[in-house]
Design a protein around this ligand. Structure first.
Ligand code: SAM
Length: 212
């Protein structure tokens, strides 16, 4: 049996109990080995439903948060998705497993280089760059989904502008201690917004984020 398979199955059961229903997503999360995206001494805790530290004082998001955000994106096979905040590369790997065309931006070069190694090892073809994700990545847009994995003070306008028709932007918005998750759906020239409460992310730092 593959390493941590039982623990990964237990994690999937927790996600189901917490209301994650998308079978394709649950399968992708069963397949991606979260323990490879963290370092000691956290490897044994990789399948706990909790955020864990990675380098540069950042975190790999909690499995439930990754699942909830991804479910909110409502992605079809082959959808084009932009992730802001590559971190460990785990969320990007889940999106790639779902059959999406993935682009991801990280502001810390060391994190991005480490994540790229993981993508190469696992055979994921993911577009990535070091930069300020608050201004998006217009070159490859528009996107069917944009997921921001760090907390913003406001919704950056460039990200809304880079959404395709019917596309969704999922982003935590609030103060530094607590945020609400905004799910913004582009319909024609207007945007519908749904809000889920009570999330905690590291700050989104950039021109249209904190310290911008
Ligand atoms: N998605 C990541 C994963 O699966 O491991 C979790 C990311 S962590 C919660 C948030 C990341 O956003 C950090 O790595 C941080 O450096 C990055 N970040 C913060 N502001 C950013 C910005 N303006 N552009 C790109 N990345 C940013």
């Amino acid at each position: 049996m593959a390493r941590f398979e039982d623990e990964r199955r237990d994690m999937i059961d927790v996600l189901k109990e917490r209301g994650i229903t998308d079978e394709r997503l649950l399968q992708a999360m069963m397949k991606v080995e979260r323990h490879l995206f963290v370092s000691e001494p956290f490897v044994n805790r990789a399948y706990d439903d909790t955020a864990l530290p990675i380098a540069k004082q950042q975190t790999i998001s909690q499995p439930y948060t990754v699942a909830f955000m991804t479910q909110q994106l409502d992605l079809k096979d082959g959808a084009k998705v932009l992730e802001i905040g590559t971190g460990s590369g785990y969320q990007a790997a889940i999106l790639a497993e779902l059959g999406c065309k993935v682009y991801t931006i990280e502001r810390h070069v060391d994190l991005l280089l480490q994540a790229r190694k993981m993508f190469e090892k696992r055979g994921y073809r993911i577009g990535s760059k070091v930069g300020d994700g608050t201004i998006g990545w217009s070159e490859f847009g528009p996107y069917d989904g944009i997921v921001v994995t760090a907390a913003a003070p406001n919704v950056p306008e460039p990200l809304k502008e880079q959404l395709a028709e019917g596309g969704r932007l999922v982003i935590p918005v609030g103060d530094l201690d607590l945020q609400d998750l905004h799910v913004i759906i582009k319909t024609g020239s207007s945007f519908q917004v749904r809000i889920a409460q009570g999330f905690k992310f590291v700050p989104l730092i950039g021109k249209k984020g904190w310290n911008g």
